[in-house]
Design a protein around this ligand. Structure first.
Ligand code: SF4
Length: 267
């Protein structure tokens, strides 16, 4: 049998799942011996066009980590589904929405309002929000559409297997790769690379005695000092002249508000 062909992608992710693949250390050489990686944007300089030019179903396995938060994530999920024989939701974010899914407590506009206007460290009187298309002298710049809600991968495309974990443990990743290479995969829809015990059940460490240190006067003093310091920083940031977050860097030369705040504190 020839070498397998893998694709690895990150959607709305923290990068931890990609790091977990690298954390297989020297076993990464075993993966490289068994499979060519055709697409892995976090580690190699492939372009989407490289994937578009692949024949349909020419990728044996796609490990998709991260949730689907925007139109780019969704576009690549559909593209990789079309090009891959097996689609794996890799890690908690792809499987269930994970940490990015917590943002579903708020709607899109609430998030944008806070980040670009409501946050104490942002001052923007011009009311500018990021636009999906912006005209600049060089042409049109495009940003992906920020969706109203975060979705798990199987809410967007058909998924064959699920690898849990945040991130999946390197040892479990190797078990999954082994199952793929040997063709020893369970029926479609199964969870692979999971232990039958939770981590807390398998941890051998025991806490024999619980000691709670008394809250000393020194600790109270430090906390008060810290609260005063951060309230001074917040006030100083609000006093800053208008800095519009949507102003392109270099156009008006905005300074670092935090640095200016420290300057005010020194005055
Ligand atoms: S599953 Fe955990 S480690 Fe992986 S991308 Fe999501 S938050 Fe990061």
């Amino acid at each position: 049998m020839g070498k397998l062909k893998f694709a690895i992608y990150w959607g709305a992710a923290c990068g931890g799942c990609d790091v977990a693949v690298v954390d297989t250390h020297e076993k990464l050489l075993d993966i490289a011996a068994a499979a060519d990686i055709l697409f892995w944007p976090v580690a190699m300089d492939f372009k989407y066009q490289d994937v578009e030019e692949l024949a349909d179903k020419s990728v044996d396995v796609c490990l998709f980590n991260g949730a689907v938060r925007n139109s780019e994530n969704e576009h690549v999920a559909h593209l990789l589904r079309k090009k891959s024989k097996v689609m794996v939701a890799f890690g908690a974010c792809a499987q269930l929405g994970g940490i990015p899914g917590l943002a579903n407590e708020k709607r899109r506009q609430e998030i944008l309002d806070y980040v670009y206007h409501g946050s104490p460290s942002t001052v923007s009187q011009r009311g500018i929000y990021p636009q999906e298309t912006t005209s600049v002298p060089e042409g049109k710049l495009k940003l992906p559409k920020f969706y109203d809600a975060v979705k798990a991968l199987d809410q967007v495309v058909d998924v064959d297997y699920y690898v849990p974990g945040c991130p999946p443990e390197p040892a479990r990743i190797m078990e999954v790769v082994q199952a793929i290479v040997t063709g020893n995969l369970p029926p479609k829809g199964a969870v692979v690379g999971a232990l039958d015990k939770a981590l807390s059940d398998s941890c051998p460490r025991k806490r024999e005695e619980k000691k709670v240190r008394p809250f000393t006067g020194l600790m109270k003093f430090c906390l008060t000092l810290s609260a005063v310091f951060w309230s001074r920083v917040s006030s100083a940031l609000v006093l800053q002249p208008e800095v519009d977050v949507a102003t392109p860097l270099g156009a008006s030369g905005p300074t670092c508000p935090a640095g200016d705040a420290m300057g005010l504190l020194r005055m």
